[in-house]
Design a protein around this ligand. Structure first.
Ligand SMILES: Cc1ncc(COP(=O)(O)O)c(C=O)c1O
Length: 393
């Protein structure tokens, strides 16, 4: 029965990971896959996570099934972390999911159930996996302009002009912070203008938050989505604990629908039903680690300090690379790197230049020029800057 299946397309990021692993050169530099790395290139288990895991192992008495929505303490502490007091809890329907990826997918399925004719608008560059996740739910998709590539900044006029085209009932996907892959974030003023536009057009925002704490700080990073949630009647929100808790392989995510109070129960039941169809119960261990940390003042402080240090390291790499490129190229055209947020930037390089960096210098980045800033350190920043100056000459 399987002979009719086409050959699967290899995912670009996975293929790059494999090519990097197979490269025997010493000093190769991995700026591909989007995981945080410390100065020695490791992705360590956070100390707060280890402490929470030890407590769970000691105290947990059962691993029997919980509810289809997952652990109530996880849902509550995550609602708090993401939304603060922007909306009353009676407006928030939430379920746990295996990672932020499944949260996006489940919310797309929710859109499909509620309004199959809706178009989902995505920023012109977006996390590559958004596209297959939306398509898998058989939803129409349209791009809106986002990045002014030469300036490394928001194409504000283009974005707003495109969003004027959304129809009532359409869905607009926004990155909560640390836009992947551009590193270009919306200001609070932009969020306020988008909120007003979506309200006027009768469209529904869908915020995907995968890097809370990696931009300016936990609360500052959520400022835009909180403004939106407080303002619009309906909103979708997906969250991931992969990066800010370093729980990548534990698969910890949350899918939320923020709705008028009377509709919360129906939405919570529908989301639980969608979980039932795919994986039934969300994984528990990682979510329990998160709620243990967030619910304990001591562990929370420890975690925040570790997260602050990760954020600062990435910001330092950004400043270092911008300075090194200024020196190596004699121009300020890469100054934008220092001002962007989060782990990623999209470098304005041609495919042939990206290939030369890989072939001649062992520097691996995605085919569109996306680099993971956390993959750099003091030693590799000048190597990258010199190599880039070379291919740009
Ligand atoms: C924008 C965005 N959304 C969601 C995710 C989902 O991450 P995960 O499924 O590992 O929680 C990612 C991960 O790279 C991301 O960049």
């Amino acid at each position: 029965m399987f002979e009719t299946l086409p050959d699967p397309k290899l995912d670009g990021i996975i293929a790059l990971m494999q090519a990097f692993a197979d490269d025997p050169r010493m000093g190769k530099i991995d700026l591909g896959v989007g995981v945080y790395r410390d100065t020695s290139g490791r992705t360590p288990v956070m100390a707060a996570v280890k402490a929470a895991e030890a407590r769970i192992v000691e105290e947990q008495e059962s691993k029997s099934y919980l509810s289809l929505a997952g652990d109530a303490a996880f849902l509550e502490t995550m609602r708090d972390l993401l939304l603060g007091d922007a909306v009353p809890s009676a407006r928030v329907a939430a379920v746990g999911t295996p990672g932020g990826t499944s949260a996006v997918r489940q919310l797309c399925e929710l859109i499909r159930l509620a309004r199959p004719e809706a178009t989902v608008w995505v920023s012109e560059q977006t996390w590559p996996n958004h596209v297959p996740l939306i398509r898998a739910a058989r939803l129409d998709m349209r791009p809106y302009r986002y990045l002014d590539r030469d300036a490394g900044a928001l194409d504000r006029a283009g974005m707003m002009a495109d969003l004027e085209q959304v129809a009532a009932g359409d869905v607009v996907l926004l990155h909560g912070c640390c836009h992947n892959p551009t590193g270009v974030d919306l200001s609070l003023q932009d969020w306020a203008e988008i909120a007003a536009l979506l309200e006027r057009r009768g469209a529904v925002p869908f915020v995907d938050m995968a890097y809370q704490g990696f931009g300016e700080g936990l609360d500052a990073d959520a400022g835009g989505l909180r403004h939106l949630a407080a303002r619009v009647p309906e909103m979708l929100l997906s969250g991931s604990c992969s990066k800010n808790f370093g729980l990548y392989r534990e698969r910890v995510g949350i899918a939320m629908a923020i709705v008028p109070e009377g509709e919360r129960g129906r939405l919570a039941g529908t989301l639980a039903g969608l979980n039932r169809q795919v994986f039934a119960f969300p994984p528990d261990h990682g979510g329990r680690v998160v709620s243990t940390i967030l619910g304990d003042p001591g562990l929370r402080v420890m975690w925040r300090q570790e997260l602050d240090a990760m954020r600062e390291r990435v910001a330092e790499n950004r400043r270092g690379l911008a300075d090194a490129l200024r020196e190596a190229t004699g121009s300020d055209r890469f100054g934008f790197i220092a001002g962007q947020q989060g782990m990623f930037s999209l470098l304005p390089l041609e495919p042939a230049q990206i290939e030369t960096l890989r072939a001649e210098h062992g520097i691996y980045m995605l085919g569109d020029g996306r680099v993971n800033m956390a993959g750099l350190n003091e030693a590799s920043v000048p190597v990258l800057a010199q190599a880039m100056a070379g291919v740009l000459r």
